[in-house]
Design a binder for this molecule. Structure first.
Ligand SMILES: NC(=O)c1ccc[n+]([C@@H]2O[C@H](COP(=O)([O-])OP(=O)(O)OC[C@H]3O[C@@H](n4cnc5c(N)ncnc54)[C@H](OP(=O)(O)O)[C@@H]3O)[C@@H](O)[C@H]2O)c1
Length: 297
């Protein structure tokens, strides 16, 4: 495997983990890896290890073309620029796809989300769906990873819910197949390092899907704290999230996740993580046990 592998968003949680797996079990030489960031000082540690670090800003097409030069397989990690008032994030990703085309990248990989098609209740799903469309239209062979929700997302809701003993949701009996971010990174690194030129869409999930009630029961069992699930309508949940201090648009996004769960659009369980990475996925129970102290705050 001698093609150079490039990872954008390499300073982020997922990007750093992908690079660790490339260097680790994928045994990719640092000289065959390019890592990009808007601020190369963030990746000084990777440069020290022999990885080529380049500046790339998704809002700056010229910087992306410069950064992608000489790269064979390019992993575009979706940016975190969620903006309900513009299509900025979709444009960032489209710019990256155009730069990959202009520089002759041989294979494009992208981190999407499950079921991003029009009709998704998730307010930013269109960014992912539009990016998938742009990738397909580019004619570059691709691997799209539709990443399910990270187990780590639970750090955003559980500490407060455990402390108050009440978990407000509008997800009803919908299930989520949370997966460990590092397991998804291991699977993505395997796909990046594989050298495969075939186009594929993989949905990456955890090993089991749970309702909010089932997650709450697991949390209680693990922490010893009672946790009552309270079902409310979307509108009441939005008001509650805003009252907790989150901006209106963030509240709307959070509630759109619950509407998505309720609609059964994040419940699928696949074996793609284990098949790609060759390792056993972390269960939700293992995640809760490993992070009990942090969840208890
Ligand atoms: N599936 C899930 O549950 C879930 C949860 C959270 C997020 N996500 C998505 O998955 C992505 C990766 O997750 P993460 O946890 O690694 O996020 P993260 O730690 O916030 O990292 C995001 C990365 O995106 C890069 N980035 C942001 N804006 C950019 C721009 N304009 N140009 C170039 N790079 C830019 C940042 O790089 P620099 O700042 O160094 O330039 C950073 O490395 C997120 O960005 C988000 O789209 C998914």
């Amino acid at each position: 495997m001698s093609e150079t592998l490039l990872v954008t968003g390499a300073s982020g949680h997922l990007g750093r983990a992908v690079i660790d797996h490339l260097l680790g079990e994928q045994k990719i030489a640092p000289a065959n890896i390019i890592a990009t960031t808007r601020n190369p000082a963030n990746l000084a540690d990777l440069a020290k290890r022999g990885i080529t670090v380049r500046a790339a800003d998704f809002d700056d097409p010229a910087s992306l073309e410069k950064a992608f030069k000489g790269a064979g397989r390019v992993l575009i990690i979706s940016t975190g620029d969620l903006d309900l008032k513009s299509d900025r994030r979709l444009r960032q990703h489209q710019t990256a796809v155009a730069a990959a085309k202009a520089t002759g990248v041989s294979h494009l990989l992208y981190t999407s989300m499950p079921n991003p098609e029009p009709g998704s209740p998730v307010l930013f799903a269109g960014d992912h769906y539009g990016t998938e469309q742009a990738i397909k239209a580019s004619g570059i062979p691709y691997t799209i990873f539709r990443n399910g929700w990270y187990q780590e997302n639970l750090f955003m809701s559980l500490p407060h819910a455990i402390a108050s003993g009440k978990w407000y949701t509008s997800a009803a009996d919908g299930r989520i197949a949370h997966g460990a971010r590092d397991d998804m990174a291991a699977a993505i690194a395997a796909g990046l390092a594989s050298g495969s030129g075939e186009s594929h869409i993989y949905t990456l999930t955890g090993p089991q899907a749970f309702t909010t009630n089932e997650i709450a029961a697991l949390v209680s069992e693990t922490t010893g704290k009672p946790l009552e699930v309270i079902q409310v309508p979307d509108e009441a949940l939005t008001e509650g999230v805003k009252a907790a201090g989150l901006p209106e648009d963030v509240a709307r996004i959070v509630v759109s996740f619950d509407a998505n769960t309720r609609a059964g659009r994040i419940a699928e369980v696949t074996d793609a993580v284990e098949k790609l990475s060759g390792r056993k996925s972390q269960t939700l129970k293992q995640f809760l046990e490993a992070n009990k102290a942090a969840l208890l705050g």
